[in-house]
Structures are given as C-alpha cells and as structure tokens.
Design a protein around this ligand. Sequence first.
Ligand SMILES: [Zn+2]
Length: 478
Amino acid sequence: MTDMTPAARPDSVTQFEGADILTLDPAQPLIRKGAIAVSGNRILAVGPQAQLAKTYGTQARRIDWTGLLVLPGLVDGHSHLFQSLGRTLGDGLSLLPWLEHFMLPLAANVTPDDAIAIYRLAGLSALLLGTTAVIDNHYAPVDPDTIVALAREMEALGLRGVVARGIFGPMVEGGHRMNCDPRLFRHSTAEEIALTRACLAAHPPGGRVEIWPMPENVVYLDPELLIACAELAAKQDIGWQIHCSESSFEVEIFESLYGARPAIWMQAQGILSDRSALAHGIWFDDAEIEVLGATRTHIVHNPVCNQYLASGIVKLDPLLRAGANVCLGSDGMAVGGSGMFEAMKAGFLLQRLREYNPLATSAELMLEMATLRGAAVLRRDVGQLRAGMLADFVALDMRGAINQPMTRPAMAVVMAGLPTVSDVVVDGEVVIRAGRSTRVDHDKVIADGLQAAGALIERAGLRDLVRDWIPPAYAHPA
Ligand SMILES: [Zn+2]
C-alpha cells in the first residue's frame, strides 16, 4: 500500500466512530463498536473505538455513527447510467429483441444534454444505494466532449469510477446478424481509436474517474478494432470491458463467423488478462473457463439483469475455481435492478438454485464480489477497510423493525435487498449525509432527469412501450 500517513497530525484526522464495521479484511472481519480514522483520502486505521480514541485523542474531528453498520463502498462492475432514461420500459423481451426494439433505438436518440441530466439522476441514485464506484459503459452519445463531460459529472456527484466509452466501429456481419441499429455504427476503426485517444488526452488516467475503451460486444465488433482497444488500454495502463456471451444466441453467431468460441478466440488474439473484464460471461464452456482462469480475466456477473432478460446463469463456482475473478454489476436500471444490494441478494439466491445446493454461496462471498473483487476490476485500492486503503465506505441504518434482529450482520446486509443507506464517504469526503447528497440538489436532479426521459420517449418513437397496465394472460378465479 502506498500513501500511508501514520504520522498524520491528530487535528487533520477525521474519526467515524461507534458503528459495527464489516471490514472485508480477513485480519479483523467484523469490529463491534469500531472506528475508522481518515486523513485526506486514505484510511489511517480501523479498529475498536476505544483503541483508536487513545491513538488520535480528542483532537481528531469525530463523527458519531453509533448504532450504524459500516461496510466498504460497493463497486458496480458494469452499469449503463444513461439507460435510466428508459427505466420500466421494454419489459417482456429477451436480449436481442430488447436491444433491437427498445434500447438501441433509444440510444440512437440520446442527446448530450439528456446524457448529462440522466447521469446526475442515475449517479445520485447509485450513491444513495451505497455504490461508491461505478464502471459505466456509456454508448450514447460518444463524442469526446460528452464523454469528458460525463466523467466530470461523475466526479461532481462525488462518485469514483470509470466512463467506459462505448465503441461500435464500422458495421460488420455480426451486427447485421444481431439486427443492430446501424445509426450506432458511424465511425471507422481508425476514427474510434482516435476519438478514444482524444478523450484520454482531455481527461488523462489516474484521477478519481477514468475513461476506458469499451468495445461493445465481441460479436459485432470489427476484430481489428477490438484488438486495438485492448492495446490502447495496455499502453495507457487502464482497464477495458466488453459484453461477452450474455445470450446463447450470440455465441452461436460468433462461432459461425469465427470458427471458435469467444473466449478461446480472444485468448488466441492475446488480449485476455487482468486488465480485461467480460460483462455477463454466462455461456462459457469448460475450455473457455480454463482460459479465463489462466489469464486471470475478470467476469462481471449481473444477476438481476440475467434473470430479467432470461439470459442464463453464470457458472460462478467453476469460474472462481479456475482462477477467474468474478465481481458483481447492476447493468443499469433498465434491466429490472435497483443497485448493488439487490445484485448481492440475487446472486446469492441464483447460484444456490443453479446448483440445487444451499452451500453454493455465502453472504461473505457476495460481499467480496460487491467490494474487493469489483475493486480488482476498477484497479483501485478500495473494497476493504484497513490502513492505507482509499477511504470509500458506507454507513447503513438497520436499527428499524424491518431489519431486526440482525445477529449475523453479513447475512443481514446481503438478505436485506434494500437497506437504508445513511451516510456515504468517498475519497475521505462525506458525499451523502442522512440520505441526502452534500453536493447536489435532489429535487432539481430528479426534475431534470424526468424531463429528459419524457422528451426522449417521444423523440425516439417509443411511446407504444408506455402502457398503463398489461393484463395477466389468465382468467380470474371464479
Ligand atoms: Zn451491459
């Protein structure tokens, strides 16, 4: 760990004290009545409140969190904040028609102003749901001015994260086979790389929010462009993401075009590593899982989305045993989710059903996947509460009747689905206090987001997706 400042002056230290703390640090996983001392944007110490009080005395600024439950800030490994523009629409479709009839026409009509308005709303919502870092795949629109503006919006909200610039490139056969909207394929391979480089030059890596390349999907990307994105990421020492093997249909198309399954093909191109993250990764066979483990590739599991679109179930245990890293993602708000607590609960339950085995998952594994395993994808010192880490953490208020008793806090958090988030600290700063942003006006953010969404539905011709009531297809009981 770097930047440890054990000699910090007590008067520059803030101490959050009195809460029970799930640290995700194996050395002291649960501290009852604990404290976290922070200096600048780093954690100085985590331990029992009485012990830290002796070290930092009464000079530290003290924030009373008695009765709260603290855990590392959640890392959303894969989202699409802009898709909140279509929240609650497009239900009842599997992945390909969902893209063809709903999301891609919506995306083709998003303006830069729409994107900024919805980023504020969806980003605020993420923070209020305990997410402190988001790797966001943004693909509408993707001009450098908008991408850089969104990175700054993310920072302004107080989030950490990545704006992963969506890259479609030229239309290729895979795009035709998936009936993709041709309006999204508007740049050549060389133009896409030049545009992404321009984003990186205007907003260089290393800050609280980075810009990464996101070649959208292994099936409909020009292979040269995909390889160029991976090379660009390596050269800039950043990560990259791609949608891969979400539906069985995509894998069939890919195999018919390339004569190999996607992970095997990507390994043959030499682009899989601990820098690459594959979103979804459901339909891998045994040989692919072996390759993903050997290359230490990241898989972002989106269990709510996968159930919503009826895509399939990730092979979690085989992937982890093989050595791949699997973290959790929300995949945005347009696929049935509401954030990372729900993702943990959905992932916990779904794997048990996949294996018909109640030992297939644990609350602790889900917490790891939502924190430190996501941090590995993000490539930042977050996801654990111990000295030297960046100070990103969340305080939950679970004292009310709906969460009590909570004899085993890890289980209580994962089973809660939607616990009450009280305070959120990112980079050492309190960005949510008592459920309200310290940085933005909630009412204005909501009003602007609603206005953008309403206008877009008309402009994109999606009015017929808005239905007051869709009657169930069954007769009422007599
Ligand atoms: Zn996605």
